[in-house]
Write a protein of this length. Structure first.
Length: 367
């Protein structure tokens, strides 16, 4: 008897990141996929490209009619909170979203708590498409192959979007070390050109480049230099132990064991085959979680922690670079991303962040 197909809805599946999720689920023979998007003809084009029969333009309509097993809500951050809570209330078994998790820290708290209370797997996926073997590498480090960890760094610094792409590297750091961030010392630069102030926001709440130092629970310090975008540093996170180093590079990690002249690159079995495409890994984990109830690597909690670290960097900078302890007491702190991330390209304008326009079904880039 064939296994029951997993019902999946990709909300925002005709968007910049959403269409990668749509492709990953549609290529799985064990999934029955629905595309949820208000993009009209563009949504239909992506659905036809991937053989997806059902297209609806409203998530609430779908939840009222037929609750999916899995929902990937790949939406502007201003819409994520409502979508995740609606899915949790409806009884969806596994939910994912994208970075940043929320504007306000308390919203992230609510999403994580709602999913945890109902036993729902809640994940955020972008950390693995940059480093596809991230899960295996973190496990390998945790097994002690580098010895006792001594220090860490984010060599290229965090990008101009601290709460967006910056959260990816902060999550990779926590996963690679297996440690929590206990304190933060931060410095910031002015927001990038063209980032407006949303109505009701204060100047210090705008997303901006940041750097500083993070104190981890294992007693080590992670150094974050000022952003080095022009250097195109490919290493997202670097970790050193007393018996080697790990460089979390894109497209594959570099692992070194030994010290000094005795050090040598090593190639564990997980580095020797072809790595699964990042979005395929995300889809596989969510489908499995919907059936087994197991947790996801790179959870909503992980991205909530990354958001909290980002807020702490800004808070430290605003208070004379003083050391800020985590968790933060004030859960109402906010960080507003670029208008494109906040409201989406169809509203804010695709050109506002450098795109020529919305994604086209026939011109996809494989990730």
């Amino acid at each position: 008897m064939s296994e029951h197909k997993c019902k999946v809805a990709v909300v925002g599946g005709a968007g910049t990141w959403g269409h990668h999720y749509l492709r990953a689920y549609a290529e799985r023979s064990d999934c029955e996929v629905t595309l949820v998007d208000k993009a009209g003809a563009r949504a239909r084009e992506f659905a036809d490209l991937h053989g997806v029969a059902t297209v609806v333009d409203d998530l609430d309509e779908l939840l009222a009619r037929d609750v999916p097993d899995v929902v990937s809500a790949i939406l502007p951050v201003g819409q994520t909170y409502g979508a995740v809570l609606a899915c949790a209330e409806a009884g969806v078994k596994a939910i994912s979203c994208e970075k940043p998790l929320a504007v306000e820290l308390s919203y992230a708290d609510e999403m994580v708590a709602a999913c945890r209370e109902k036993g729902i797997a809640f994940g955020c996926g972008t950390a693995y498409w940059e480093v596809p073997q991230l899960i295996e590498t973190a496990r390998w480090i945790g097994e002690g192959h580098l010895g006792a960890l001594q220090r860490a760094a984010i060599p290229g610094g965090l990008p101009v979007e601290l709460s967006g792409a910056g959260c990816v590297q902060l999550t990779q750091l926590r996963l690679a070390t297996g440690m929590e961030v206990e304190w933060v010392e931060g410095w910031v630069f002015p927001p990038a050109e063209g980032w407006g102030l949303p109505e009701g926001a204060e100047e210090h709440e705008i997303d901006c480049p940041a750097y500083g130092r993070l104190g981890l629970s294992g007693g080590i310090v992670c150094e974050i230099p000022a952003p080095q975008l022009e250097a195109n540093v490919r290493c997202r996170v670097w970790v050193e132990g007393d018996n080697g180093q790990a460089w979390l590079n894109h497209p594959a990690p570099t692992l070194i064991q030994g010290v000094g002249a005795a050090s040598t690159p090593v190639y564990p079995e997980f580095l020797q085959g072809d790595a699964a495409r990042g979005f395929d890994s995300i889809a596989a984990q969510l489908v499995r979680a919907s059936r087994t109830g197991e947790d996801i690597v790179c959870t909503g909690h992980d991205y909530r922690q990354a958001l909290e670290i980002a807020l702490a960097l800004k808070l430290s900078a605003r208070n004379g670079h003083e050391r800020v302890a985590l968790p933060l007491g004030d859960r109402s702190l906010r960080i507003y991303p670029h208008d494109y991330r906040l409201r989406g390209g169809d509203v804010a304008g695709w050109e506002s962040i450098g795109y020529k326009g919305p994604p086209e079904a026939g011109l996809q880039v494989e990730l």
